[in-house]
Design a protein around this ligand. Sequence first.
Ligand SMILES: O=C(O)CCC(=O)C(=O)O
Ligand SMILES: [Fe+2]
Length: 294
Amino acid sequence: MHKSCLSTNRKDVAYGNGMTGSHISAEQDYEFDLLGYRVLKGALPPEKVRAINQWVDEHPAGDVGSWIGDVEVHTFQGADGVNYQNIIEGGSIFEELIDYPAWIDLVRRYICNDYSFLSLNEAFLNLRPPGGYISIHSGGHVAAAPMLTRHHTGVWMVGQINILMALTDIGPGDGATVIVPGSHKSHMLHPAYLDSKHTTYRDDRAAGGEFLTQEVHLKAGDALMFTDGICHGAAARTNPGYRRVLIYRYSPHCIQPRFNYIPSEELLARLTPERRKIVQPVPPRMRPGRVLKA
Ligand SMILES: O=C(O)CCC(=O)C(=O)O
Ligand SMILES: [Fe+2]
């Protein structure tokens, strides 16, 4: 039985004191449970933001499907822009973010408690051009593991937490992420889904201005932490230039990584044991002499 379940102290039971991240305040827990997101102001210092932007400037994205070392140039569906997928292979500035202090304890607490390992489900850098957007998607009604947000008397189980880091200021017209606060607990489909082709979990239009959405404006270096179960998307970018963000998604290790990039030997050799465990929680297991083939 879990430690917190044995406690007779109401506060310990309700807030999971004695468990992963128990230094996180009751107010922080309550707010994240209720709203499903939090802005982490100044999560990345300006010198780190500068170094990441410099990396992007020095590595112009080629055609979709091309590779920059072990980083793949990718897009989800065109309108959302170009992704540098598997960005953790891009160098130490990206490796450091795997267990970055500004969020890792929060992520561990809400995903793992003491029961599971954390895993990095996806990590990419996105460049969003003028006109680019993401349609509204997700919501508490969706019965899919990454979108679950559960809390059982002190024990959290969030299927996926996204850390979206702003590399440029994101204000009005910049194509901000939009969220519907608290919608990770909704039982209802968002009204935008009712006449959508997909009906149950997404729509095709830009998410900005949809019913009850709020734009989340960020300064470069701020990070938006949100459960993937919250109804969210991004407004269309109307300003010139590109929006730049990094997105690291974390899940319990029992959820398969989204694209299953196999970490390079060089990366594995460089990673600290803690980071390696997040990137590859369960190493491939096979008979001696067998080699992984793509
Ligand atoms: O690009 C955005 O602002 C939203 C990204 C998104 O939908 C996600 O990270 O799950
Ligand atoms: Fe999303």
